[in-house]
Design a protein around this ligand. Structure first.
Ligand code: TTP
Ligand code: MG
Length: 357
């Protein structure tokens, strides 16, 4: 019995993160940008950098940097405004590919996911190689991957050899890898907690290992326990395929305000279709549909309707949002229109509850 217990394999979890995601999509869509420093962000000098490709990072440009500073550091850079819808579209394509490798997948953000591949036959490095090849062939984008036996270490590893790198962290490597790392690398320690710990003279994970669990809990509250275990390479969080989503939405800003009902309704038609596709892909149904508008005076309004049953069909969504839209006076031209689906129910959970009845 003991032997069987010992032979039980550790999980194999991979963390996938696209390289300079928005900037890479811009490069791919516009070959003229290839090899040049590309910066995506607000057009005005008051805006900030959303992301910069690795060429631009050589000049010291990075996410959240004010645009004027980026322009100063990298005057030859190519500055492009973001195209959120396009990034969403490419992201969907990538997630379709990721799903085909393992359906035990947790989406963390538009360009980041955990996949549990423990149950698959394939050797992890071989699978990761194929996954990278497939994403590159089908989308032209590169990604970095971390392989480990838990989520914390997999995420740490994906950042190791960016861009386009692969890094595995095995149990034997843990002390050597973790001890010298700065404490900000610990998932769960934000800038505020890091500041507190630095003030106590604690800078590396090695320093943190000296602290008793109670001390960390007193300092950090509930997350103190998680941090205590994480710095020892322990993280029991499973890859959560039903990560709860609160809402799903799509919106569009216009370069010029419009009151043209026909044009606006056309947007709503398209959005309803896209939202429906998104909900179906995620096996979700929504009970509340909300219309969001912003007019030329920057006045934002959201109006929602809630049904008794859950829906995810394009026609049903459009019918609801159209009803709300028709009640609007449209006195001031609109600069933005969008739809959000909320009060979501996962199909898997729904099935579960049927069985429970
Ligand atoms: P990240 O994965 O953090 O960054 P990245 O993909 O651009 O670069 P890296 O190679 O280091 O992974 O974020 C993914 C996308 O999310 C990024 O392309 C743009 C967007 N983003 C923001 O909108 N605001 C931000 O502050 C950051 C960091 C990212
Ligand atoms: Mg990324």
């Amino acid at each position: 019995m003991k032997n069987i217990e010992n032979a039980k394999r550790l999980p194999t979890i991979i963390h996938v993160d696209l390289d300079a995601f928005y900037a890479s999509v811009e490069e791919r869509d516009n070959p003229r940008l290839k090899g040049k420093p590309v910066i995506v962000g607000g057009r005005s000098n008051k805006g900030v950098v959303t992301t910069a490709n690795y060429e631009a990072r050589k000049y010291g440009v990075h996410s959240a940097m004010p645009m004027f500073m980026a322009r100063r550091k990298c005057p030859k850079g190519i500055y492009v405004p973001g195209r959120m819808e396009r990034y969403q579209e490419v992201s969907r394509e990538i997630f379709r590919i990721l799903h085909s490798f393992s359906d035990v997948l947790e989406k963390v953000s538009i360009d980041e996911a955990y996949l549990d591949i423990t149950h698959l036959e394939a050797e992890p490095h071989k699978l990761v190689f194929e996954l990278k090849e497939t994403v590159y062939k089908e989308t032209g984008l590169t990604l970095s991957v971390g392989i480990a036996y838990n989520k914390f270490l997999a995420k740490l590893a994906s950042d190791w050899h960016k861009p386009a790198g692969v890094k595995e962290i095995t149990p034997e490597m843990v002390p050597e890898i973790l001890l010298p790392l700065p404490i900000r690398k610990v998932h769960g320690l934000g800038p505020k907690s890091c500041g507190l710990l630095n003030n106590l003279g604690l800078y590396t994970i090695g320093d943190l290992l000296e602290l008793p669990e109670e001390f960390l809990m007193e300092l950090l509250g509930k997350s103190g326990r998680e941090v205590y275990h994480r710095i020892r390479g322990i993280d029991p969080r499973p890859v959560n395929t039903h990560r709860e989503r609160k809402s799903l939405g799509i919106e569009r800003t216009f370069p010029k305000g419009t009151r043209n009902r026909q044009v606006l309704e056309e947007y709503l038609q398209n959005f309803s279709q896209e939202l429906s596709r998104d909900l179906k892909e995620k096996k979700l149904h929504a009970r509340t549909i909300t219309l969001k508008i912003k007019d030329e005076n920057f006045k934002v309004q959201s109006r929602g309707k809630t049904l008794f049953q859950h829906i995810n069909g394009a026609d049903e969504i459009f019918e609801m949002v159209h009803g709300i839209f028709q009640e609007l006076a449209l006195e001031v031209p609109l600069r933005l229109i969008g739809i959000t689906a909320s009060n979501l129910l996962s199909e898997d959970l729904q099935q579960l509850s049927f069985f429970d009845l």
